[in-house]
Ligand binder design. Structure first.
Ligand code: SF4
Length: 736
C-alpha cells in the first residue's frame, strides 16, 4: 500500500518541504510539498537523489574495520569499544590535543548531531577542532561576533519585501540560498525584479547573474575595495542614515574615516568595476527604501572575506536597511538558537584565545582554521594530532591542499569516521561507524529556521523506521561519550551515567523543551485564517505535518542583542586594523603577472562530494570542467573539450576545458567536490565521473589572515593544453 509522508529535504539550506510516497521500505516518489509554508512546493533535482542515497548499495549499513587495505564488518559494540579505546589510548599517551576532530557541513542539517555533537567535543576536550566553517562561513560569524556580540546572530535579507537586492559573490539560484534559507529562489528573485532590481557582482556570470537585472564582473578577491567604495560614496554624499538604530549603534564616524581613502576611482582600478557605476549603485542603495546587500561563499572564501562580511553588514546599517522590512532582519526561530547555544556551552563566540601550533592561526569559537589541519598532523612536537575523528566530512576534497592532507591522514596512529561512505577521507580510517540514512531519522532544522526569510517551523518524523541493528548519529556520538567517560572515570561515574541517560532521552525530548522555552512556547496566533494557533511544542508540530507559518520577519533590535553586548559596533578594531593589509594588497603582482585566477563554481546538482554517487544527479553532460574566457583560451590554443592541465603552487590537475565568456578574462572556474579516482574509495558512480579535486590546487598559504578562512577564490594558476587526452587527475609530487 502506498503511504504519503511529509518531510523536509536535508540536503541544502533551503529546507524544502517534501511529499515522499513509500511502499513498505521502498521509495515510490519524492515531490515538493505544496502546503509547506516556506517552500510552497519548490524542490530542486537534488531532492529526488534522496532516494538514490537511501538505496545506494555503496552506503555503509554496518560498522567497518580496516585490516590493511581491506574492510570487514564488525558488531556495533566492538566498533564503539575499539573506537573509544583508540581515542583514549592516544589522548593518554600524547595528551588531549593529540586527538583532532573534523566536522563536515551535513552535521548542520542533522538534529541529533546538532544536539549531541557539542557534548562529544566537550568530552574530547581537544583544541584541535576543525570543521567546514573555516572553508565556508566563518567571516560572517566573525562579523556577527564583533558587530552584534554573538557569532550566530545573522542578518537575513527580507527577500519577499525587498525592492533592490545587491548580491556579492553568491549564486542563490544554484545554492538555494545560504545563511538565507529561501526555497523557490527563482520565484522570489523574479518577484523582486517585478518590484525593483537584482544586481549581482561576481567574476562569473552565474545562473543568478544571468537572471539578474544587472551583472558586474569583479576581479576575484577585490570585493572589499568595491564595498568600501560604496561606503565612501554614501558618506561623502551625506546619504548615510542609521534610522531608529542610531541610539545603540557606535562607530559610524570611524567607519566613514576608514572608507575615506578607498574611493570609487581607486576601487575601479583594482576591481574592474567602473567608478561611475559604483557611485550610481551607492546612491541607488541609499535611496531605495527597501533594499538589502547580501554576500556569501564567493565573498567569504577569499583573502579579505572578513572585511567583506563586515562591510556588507555595515552597508545595510548605514543605509537604514537593517532590522527593517525589505532590508535585512533577524528571524525569530521557534527554538531560540542563542539560548540553545548557551545551553550547549557554545556561547557568543571568541577569537584568538589560542593559536595553531605551526602557523599561529587564531581559533574562532573554539575551532582552528582547516587550512592548518595537514601541518598539525605532519609536523612533530607537543600537541601534534596523532588520531582523528571525522563526522560527516570529507576534508581530503574540501580543504586546501587536499593531496597533502590525504598523505597526512595515512600517517595517523588512529582514525575513526562517523560516516556512511567509504570516501577519499574515510578510506584512511581504522573504523567507520555509519549512521542511518536521512530518510530514517527525524528532522528538525535548528540552524536554518534561524536564517530563514520567513518565520516557520516544522518537525518531520523519520520516513522509515530505523532498520534493525542500525544506529542514529546521536546514538553513535552518545555511545562514544559514555564509553570514553567510563574509560576515564569508571562505568558508574556521573559523566558516563549522564551520557547513558541521554541515550534514553534522545533528541525529541530536548527539541520539545526547546520549543516550549522558545518565543512561541507560551502562545502564538494563527497566522493564516484557520491556521494553527496555540502554544508551540513538539506535539503541536506532530499535528502539523506541513509545518507552521509563524509570519514574516519582524524588527528585533535592540532586544535581540546579547546583554553583554547591548550595541551594534559599525567599526570593530579588528576590521579597521585589517584595512592596512587590504591596502598593501594593491602593490602585489596583479592577475597579469599571475597568469590566471581560479575560482570555484556551485552547481545545482551538487552540494557535498557524496552527492556525486547519486546516478540521477550525475547523468547528462560532464560537469567537472574548467571554464575559461575565449581570449585566455585563444592565447593558449585551448578549445572546448580539450584536456587541460591546471597548475598551482601546490598541485596539478587535468580536466576538460569549457570555453565561455561566462567568466571574465583572467579568471578560470572549477567546481568543488570532485577528484574521486583515489584508490580504495567505494563510490562507484562517483568514480565514473571522477573529475579533479579543486582542493588539490587550492593553496593553504592563501587564507584570510583576519579570520583564518581558506581563500579558495582567487588561487593563482596556469593552464596549458595537456599532452593527455584523458581527463584523469594528475597529482602533485607529494601524492603517495
Ligand atoms: S533546494 Fe535544497 S532543500 Fe530544496 S530540494 Fe534542493 S537540495 Fe533539497
Amino acid at each position: 500500500m502506498t503511504r504519503a509522508h511529509f518531510s523536509t529535504c536535508p540536503l541544502c539550506e533551503a529546507c524544502c518541504g517534501l511529499r515522499v510516497e513509500t511502499e513498505g521500505r521502498r521509495v515510490v516518489s519524492i515531490r515538493g510539498d505544496k502546503d509547506d509554508p516556506l517552500s510552497q512546493g519548490h524542490v530542486c533535482p537534488k531532492a529526488m537523489a534522496l532516494q538514490d542515497l537511501h538505496e545506494d548499495p555503496d552506503r555503509l549499513r554496518h560498522p567497518m574495520r580496516r585490516r590493511g587495505s581491506s574492510w570487514e564488518p564488525i558488531p556495533w559494540a566492538d566498533a564503539l569499544d575499539e573506537a573509544t579505546e583508540g581515542l583514549h589510548r592516544v589522548q593518554r599517551k600524547h595528551g588531549r590535543d593529540a586527538v583532532g576532530i573534523y566536522l563536515g557541513n551535513p552535521n548542520a542539517h542533522n538534529l541529533g548531531a546538532m544536539l549531541f555533537g557539542p557534548l562529544l567535543l566537550r568530552t574530547l576536550g581537544t583544541r584541535n577542532r576543525y570543521s567546514a566553517t573555516s572553508v565556508d562561513q566563518l567571516p560572517h560569524m566573525a562579523a556577527s561576533y564583533h558587530m552584534f556580540g554573538h557569532q550566530l546572530l545573522f542578518p537575513v535579507p527580507d527577500l519577499d519585501r525587498c525592492d533592490l537586492f545587491l548580491i556579492v559573490g553568491a549564486n542563490p539560484l544554484a545554492s538555494g540560498g545560504s545563511i538565507m534559507t529561501a526555497p523557490g529562489m527563482r520565484r522570489r528573485l523574479r518577484e523582486i525584479q517585478q518590484r525593483g532590481r537584482v544586481v549581482v557582482v561576481d567574476p562569473r556570470r552565474t545562473e543568478t547573474a544571468a537572471a539578474a537585472s544587472e551583472h558586474l564582473f569583479v576581479r576575484p578577491g577585490t570585493d572589499a575595495f568595491f564595498l568600501l567604495a560604496l561606503v565612501h560614496v554614501i558618506a561623502r554624499e551625506g546619504l548615510a542614515n542609521l534610522g531608529r538604530l542610531e541610539p545603540f549603534t557606535t562607530g559610524a564616524r570611524a567607519l566613514f574615516a576608514a572608507a575615506e581613502p578607498f574611493g570609487p576611482e581607486r576601487a575601479a582600478v583594482v576591481t574592474g568595476i567602473d567608478a561611475a557605476v559604483i557611485e550610481r549603485l551607492a546612491r541607488e542603495l541609499a535611496m531605495t527604501p527597501r533594499a538589502a546587500v547580501y554576500g556569501r561563499v564567493g565573498a567569504c572564501t577569499q583573502r579579505f572575506g572578513g572585511l567583506n562580511a563586515w562591510l556588507i553588514n555595515a552597508l545595510n546599517l548605514i543605509t537604514n536597511h537593517f532590522d527593517r522590512p525589505g532590508g535585512v532582519m533577524f528571524p525569530t526561530p521557534a527554538v531560540d538558537v542563542l539560548s540553545a547555544a548557551k545551553g550547549f556551552g557554545i556561547g557568543r563566540g571568541h577569537m584568538g584565545r589560542w593559536r595553531s601550533r605551526i602557523r599561529g592561526l587564531p581559533e574562532f569559537g573554539g575551532e582552528l582554521p582547516a587550512v592548518a589541519m595537514a601541518e598539525e598532523i605532519v609536523e612533530p612536537g607537543e600537541g601534534r594530532i596523532r588520531a582523528l575523528l571525522t563526522q560527516a566530512g570529507n576534508p581530503v576534497l574540501s580543504v586546501p591542499n587536499g593531496a597533502k592532507l590525504d598523505e597526512a591522514l595515512g600517517s595517523l596512529e588512529f582514525m575513526v569516521s562517523v560516516d556512511f561512505y567509504l570516501n577519499e577521507t574515510t578510506r584512511h580510517a581504522h573504523l567507520i561507524l555509519p549512521p542511518v540514512s536521512p530518510l530514517e531519522r527525524d528532522h528538525y532544522d535548528l540552524i536554518f529556521h534561524a536564517v530563514a526569510v520567513r518565520n516557520t517551523t516544522k518537525f518531520s518524523p523519520a520516513v522509515f523506521p530505523k532498520p534493525a541493528g542500525a544506529k542514529h548519529d546521536w546514538e553513535i556520538l552518545l555511545g562514544l561519550i559514555a564509553r570514553l567517560e567510563a574509560l576515564r572515570h569508571g562505568p558508574l561515574s556521573r559523566a558516563a551515567l549522564q551520557a547513558r541517560a541521554l541515550l534514553a532521552v534522545g533528541p525529541r525530548l530536548l527539541l520539545d523543551a526547546g520549543l516550549r522555552l522558545g518565543p512561541y512556547g507560551k502562545g502564538f496566533a494563527g497566522f493564516k485564517p484557520g491556521g494553527p494557533a496555540g502554544k508551540l511544542s513538539l506535539a503541536t508540530l506532530l499535528r502539523q505535518p506541513h509545518g507552521v507559518d509563524l509570519g514574516p520577519l519582524v524588527p528585533a533590535m535592540p532586544e535581540r542583542l546579547p546583554k553583554e553586548h547591548p550595541h551594534i559596533d559599525l567599526a570593530p578594531q579588528a576590521f579597521l586594523r585589517d584595512l592596512a593589509r587590504l591596502a598593501a594588497s594593491e602593490d602585489e603582482p596583479g592577475p597579469k603577472e599571475h597568469g590566471l585566477l581560479l575560482i570555484g563554481r556551485r552547481q545545482l546538482r551538487s552540494n557535498n562530494s557524496w552527492m556525486h554517487n547519486a546516478p540521477r544527479l550525475m547523468s547528462g553532460r560532464e560537469r567537472c570542467t574548467l571554464l575559461m574566457h575565449p581570449s585566455d583560451a585563444a592565447t593558449r590554443g585551448i578549445h572546448t573539450g580539450a584536456s587541460v592541465t591546471i597548475t598551482s603552487r601546490v598541485g596539478r590537475a587535468t580536466v576538460r576545458a569549457e570555453v565561455s565568456d561566462e567568466v571574465m578574462p583572467g579568471v578560470v572556474s572549477l567546481p568543488h567536490g570532485f577528484g574521486h579516482d583515489r584508490p580504495g574509495v567505494r563510490l562507484r558512480v562517483a568514480r565514473q565521473h571522477a573529475g579533479a579535486s579543486f582542493n588539490d590546487l587550492a593553496d593553504p598559504e592563501l587564507y584570510d589572515e583576519l579570520t583564518g578562512t581558506a581563500a579558495v577564490n582567487g588561487v593563482p594558476v596556469e593552464v596549458e593544453l595537456s599532452p593527455s587526452c584523458s581527463p584523469s587527475q594528475q597529482r602533485s609530487p607529494i601524492d603517495p
